[in-house]
Write a protein that binds this ligand. Structure first.
Ligand code: 5AD
Ligand code: SF4
Length: 466
């Protein structure tokens, strides 16, 4: 899936100054970066329909929750949030104001009608494949209907969603996401994504290049290509040949103004030679790779249907490191998959010791209804999952600290992104995604400047001008 760095990342929709509308929309985003991207595109579609974004939920005429279904807690949080919003809707109704409540994202896709049964205040349920139908669905809601849109549309939603408007792009900073691929055909046995996001679909080359150009023309310096299985992306190039992600990255690196490229998230089986060559040959491709492995035990990898061994993964990383020696690795891990013994878990710890991760995400296995894992025997006790997670996270945290402290004293290029919290400071981004605090004299927002790291905090760095 590798989709997500799934710490919950709720955030309001970007406030937009476009349009003359008085209607306001509040969007809260859970889960992965693809949801962040989708929330922006929904906001764009709504702007064309007369809505402006707000960060104050109590003044919103439309509240949209863009939800995540990857683990149990994520869905439960949505229901408790909906309970709170129901109160808000009642409060606004007392003041004569109408509020439409919509649920989008993977919980919407997975639960459909059930959401309205559990939470009567919800007016609209809309799955990720039908966001281009949002304005029309809202018109039906305003006409008094309760609407559930969860069919997989035959048409390409991206072709029907409006392009982000220029001023909107410009207001969104110097980094951007760009979805190139959606869905997954891998069917890892723990994962709900193939059911919520559907089967793998790649966006066409011309559409991606046009969107990337547009972003660059509006000041975006760094683009992260998104896909649940981003390195399975493929498409017909203008040269008539079938392109893979590596070839696409070579083409995007030519776009004037675009200085940095990233992609997430990848599956080890789809790391082909051309993609590894892109890491070797493209300075714009940042030396940071999120490559989930989930487990270090071959027995568990097999039960997870990952279709690779621990050794395959280690050998692959060796090849990638040979191509790009300063590459930093990130990964995802699941502890307590059904049948995981102490020695299986120890194999995961051993793999982590061998790889040395700069960053990683680790989770307790959570059975998802409808996935094969949920039906397996031998579920691991919660207390054992807790204990293993603790041990794994302690090790991963140590490696993360080591990586950070290893950067102190070194020089690096930093993309200046935004003003800092303290006056006189700016925040930049390292090639490995760390926030880097620099003096405002270091450069303007959008500049890439050379700095020297003088100190490391918890996850962030402090720099001097080099
Ligand atoms: N339980 C726990 N973690 C999961 N992930 C996906 N499905 C589950 C599940 N059922 C994790 C994987 C994946 C990341 C996005 O979330 O590690 O790579
Ligand atoms: Fe990733 Fe596997 Fe889920 Fe596909 S099924 S999204 S490869 S974890």
């Amino acid at each position: 899936m590798e989709q997500e760095q799934l710490s919950e990342r709720p955030g309001a929709a970007p406030t937009s100054e476009i349009g003359t509308a008085t209607k306001k929309v509040f969007v809260k985003t859970y889960g992965c970066q693809m949801n962040v991207y989708d929330s922006q595109r929904m906001t764009d579609a709504l702007a064309a329909d007369g809505y402006v974004g707000t960060e104050a939920i109590e003044e919103a005429d439309l509240v949209l929750l863009n939800t995540c279904h990857i683990r149990e807690k994520a869905a439960e949080k949505v229901y408790s949030e909906l309970g709170r919003i129901r109160g808000l809707k009642a409060e606004r109704a007392r003041n004569g104001l109408e509020t439409i409540i919509g649920v989008a994202g993977c919980v919407a896709q997975a639960e459909g009608q059930e959401i309205m049964r559990r939470e009567g205040a919800v007016d609209l349920v809309i799955g990720p494949q039908t966001y281009h139908k949002l304005p029309e669905a809202l018109r039906r809601v305003r006409g008094g209907a309760k609407v559930v849109e969860t069919d997989y549309a035959i048409e390409d939603k991206f072709e029907h969603l409006p392009q982000p408007r220029r001023a909107q792009i410009a207001g969104r900073g110097v980094t951007a996401f760009l979805t190139v691929q959606e869905g997954c055909d891998k069917f890892c046995t723990f994962c709900v994504v193939p059911y919520t996001r559907g089967s793998e679909v790649s966006r066409p080359v011309a559409q991606i290049v046009a969107e990337a150009r547009r972003l660059a023309e509006n000041g975006v310096r760094e683009i992260t290509l998104l896909g649940q299985n981003v390195n399975a992306w493929h498409g017909l190039g203008p040269d008539g040949a079938e392109w893979g992600l590596g070839r696409l990255l070579f083409a995007l690196a030519e776009i004037p103004g675009l200085a940095r490229l990233r992609y997430t998230t990848s599956h080890p089986r789809d790391m082909d030679d051309e993609l590894i060559a892109a890491h070797r040959d493209l300075p714009a491709l940042m030396p940071y790779l999120h490559l989930p492995v989930q487990s270090g035990s071959d027995r568990i990898l097999k039960a997870m249907n990952r279709r690779h061994t621990a050794e395959d993964y280690l050998r692959l990383i060796e090849r990638i490191r040979a191509a790009r020696p300063d590459i930093a690795m990130s990964g995802d891990f699941i502890v307590g998959f059904p049948g995981e013994s102490e020695s299986d878990f120890e194999a995961t710890m051993e793999l982590v010791r061998k790889v040395r991760y700069a960053q990683a995400y680790s989770f307790k296995y959570s059975p998802r209804p409808g996935t094969p894992g949920a039906e397996m025997d031998d579920h691991v006790a919660e207390s054992v999952k807790d204990e293993r997670l603790q041990r794994l996270q302690t090790l991963l945290f140590e490696q993360q600290r080591e990586f950070l402290s290893g950067l102190v004293g070194s020089g690096m290029d930093v993309l200046i992104e935004k003003p800092g919290r303290k006056p006189g400071q700016r925040v930049g981004r390292s090639p490995w995604l760390h926030p880097v605090i620099v003096d405002e004299t270091a450069g303007e927002i959008g500049d890439i400047v050379s700095v020297r790291i003088i100190n490391a905090g918890q996850g962030s760095l402090f720099a001097d001008q080099a």
